[in-house]
Design a protein around this ligand. Structure first.
Ligand SMILES: [Zn+2]
Length: 99
């Protein structure tokens, strides 16, 4: 069984979000992307994703974290369940995912 921390870092958060139809645009003068927050009623984009750090943060509701945290928040699953769920969606994973 591969290390969980290692696994989640191999899944690009931004790709994961886009596969779930999160639309984002590059944030002004930052190496981040910004879009509407999926966790609260967001009238203007306040949900930031940093592809280099593989982290997200919402300036509206204060939620933030990594891929696993995102899955937990969005699907209300436990850490391990969410990772299994992510992995078992295998075919939709980005090409960087090791075969
Ligand atoms: Zn939010």
């Amino acid at each position: 069984m591969p290390d969980l921390q290692d696994l989640k870092q191999r899944i690009p958060l931004l790709d994961y979000l886009r596969q779930r139809h999160w639309t984002a645009r590059p944030a002004a003068s930052r190496r981040e992307f910004v879009g509407l927050c999926p966790f609260h009623r967001d009238s203007r984009p306040s949900f930031y994703v940093n592809p280099r750090k593989n982290l997200f943060y919402c300036h509206g509701c204060g939620r933030g974290g990594d891929l696993i945290r995102f899955v937990e928040l969005s699907e209300h699953l436990s850490f391990r369940q969410s990772l299994v769920s992510t992995i078992s969606s295998g075919s939709s994973l980005p090409p960087a995912w090791p075969a």
